[in-house]
Write a protein that binds this ligand. Sequence first.
Ligand code: FES
Length: 145
Amino acid sequence: MKWSVGLPGRDMISLDLTLNGDEIQTANLKGIGCTQLLDLLVEWRPKLKGPLENVPLPQANDHSSLLLRELLLQAQNKWTPPYTEQELCHCRAIPTERVNNAIISGCHTPLSVSKKTSASTACGTCRPDVQKQIQYFLETSKKSA
Ligand code: FES
């Protein structure tokens, strides 16, 4: 099975696993992007063994760790962000993916997401969803492993 995540035009990582039940038989973790991301992949490859359930998650909130955490949680079938509809901010027609990419890129407050994407800059009713999304990317997903 194969999963991939990335920031458009910046970083891309993929994981190709062969499993026997939940036991990892072969793992191919690769990516393109910055040195920090490539170093993280080198650090994580030896950890891809044993039960998939037990593979540790990166705990930092830099963009490389956020991408790898999302990838591993997808592989573990535990990636369940609170907001999954295609468009998050209806006033400004901002896609959820654009908000997610802003969070991964370092916008970790609703205000910084607004500045980067224009989400929540009209009626503001989407702001709680932006906040929940930020919280999930930064905290909740770490605990679900
Ligand atoms: S729905 Fe986002 S500002 Fe109104």
